[in-house]
Ligand binder design. Structure first.
Ligand SMILES: C[S@@+](CC[C@H](N)C(=O)[O-])C[C@H]1O[C@@H](n2cnc3c(N)ncnc32)[C@H](O)[C@@H]1O
Length: 385
């Protein structure tokens, strides 16, 4: 496909997304219907679509309309290209620009930073002077990070194995297990290094959250909201005896295969089967995902105040639920990939008000300015009697 044809395909897909379709599913259906498109075409179209989702408001203002054409005109303008050179109508290129089409208009701060209006105040409250740089960072694609599986190798050997397959990865300072892929990211999933469990795909802040939990070999850890099991695997690689639990167990379906690849054992629990006696109970709670909007940008526009209220209720409920699973002398940890104080510090403050026997021993808010996703983590232990 020509670059112009890729833009035309992206325009149709962006229109489907603006009409309410899920972008990932629309891309999959498009690829099935257009078998002539190769992997490079699909990757380029995907990048156009996801860039437009991340930068919906600024591209619409630059391109003069919140439509597939408007967003792609805005994207080209933002990249310093002349949209008229792409919108030619020749071959499979998008139809030529109509008179007046693509005229940029002035932008508010929220539009320039691609932030929903209602989230400006809570994000400014949480981020202070970092608000604008963080929102700017969330307008761009996330780097690809790997977690070196210490159960199988170390960081230097993993780098060498990746390099043999043309994948260049450099150590990241946020976590001793982290590598940032700077070349060959699209080859990772097919590589021997990945398939043989030397490395896992995992955001660097996710890794740093696990580093902060003080896990030692043999520790009994309950990962109460295990989901796909990214953190369960990281905990197990540190030598913890991990039980994974999720209220929707189908989310853990891939965990046995991932654990086998990593050479670790993880016990999967059915919903409601969690019991007491854990040295650490970890709740990586469902959240707005506001720290991960580079990776999952659709969430930025789908989040509503009602949904945020509901998430905060679920988070408080989970914090209450996990207390009985902590062994005497043990601890609990709460994490979200959110930047919003309501889901983070405010949840821990409210927890202390409900459960006076606990103290916070560590707390950290990561933002994309640290390199990875936005993440919050708090580690609590029981007060000595
Ligand atoms: C942020 S995701 C977990 C991501 C995962 N820890 C990882 O690193 O890949 C949150 C998970 O919490 C689960 N969940 C939601 N409500 C829950 C509840 N009340 N009890 C346990 N798990 C819950 C969801 O099904 C979802 O899989």
């Amino acid at each position: 496909m020509t670059p112009e044809a890729r833009v035309a395909a992206a325009i149709d897909l962006i229109d489907l997304w603006l009409g309410g379709a899920n972008a990932e599913q629309a891309l999959t259906h498009w690829a099935r219907r257009n078998r002539y498109a190769g992997s490079k075409d699909r990757a380029a179209i995907r990048d156009h679509v996801f860039d437009a989702i991340r930068c919906r408001r600024s591209f619409a203002a630059l391109g003069g309309a919140e439509t597939g054409r408007g967003l792609m005109i805005g994207a080209l303008t933002a990249a310093g290209c002349d949209p008229g050179e792409v919108f030619t109508g020749q071959g499979y290129a998008p139809a030529p620009l109509a008179p007046g089409e693509g005229e940029a208009r002035a932008m508010s701060e929220a539009e320039r930073l691609d932030c929903p209006d209602w989230l400006v105040a809570p994000l400014k409250d949480a981020l202070g002077a970092d608000f604008a740089p963080v929102m700017e960072a969330l307008r761009h694609r996330a780097p690809v990070f790997l977690r070196v599986n210490l159960a199988r190798t170390d960081r230097a050997q993993a780098r060498e194995a990746l390099a043999e397959e043309g994948i260049v990865a450099t150590p990241h300072p946020l976590s001793p297990t982290a590598l940032e892929v700077t070349e060959g990211a699209r080859r990772v999933a097919q590589s021997r290094a990945y398939q043989s469990g030397l490395v896992e795909l995992q955001d660097v802040a996710s890794q740093a959250v696990v580093d902060l939990l003080g896990v030692t070999p043999g520790m009994r850890v309950l990962d109460y909201c295990a989901g796909g099991g990214g953190k369960s695997l990281a905990l197990a690689a540190l030598g913890a005896a991990v039980s994974a639990h999720d209220s929707e167990p189908r989310r853990m379906a891939d965990l046995p295969a991932r654990a086998a690849r990593a050479g670790v054992e993880i016990d999967r629990l059915a919903p409601g089967a969690a019991r007491g006696g854990h040295d650490l109970v970890f709740a990586d709670a469902p959240c707005s995902g506001s720290g991960a909007w580079r990776r999952a940008p659709q969430g930025k526009w789908d989040l509503t105040l009602e949904r945020l209220d509901e998430l905060c209720r679920i988070q408080a409920g989970i914090l209450n639920e996990i207390v009985p699973f902590v062994a005497p002398g043990g601890g609990l940890a709460y994490a979200t990939c959110s930047l919003l104080a309501r889901e983070n510090q405010a949840q821990i403050t409210a927890f202390h008000a409900r459960h006076p026997g606990w103290k916070t021993v560590a707390e950290r808010q990561f933002t994309p300015l640290d390199g990875g996703d936005g993440f919050y983590v708090a580690h609590l232990t029981r007060l000595e009697k």
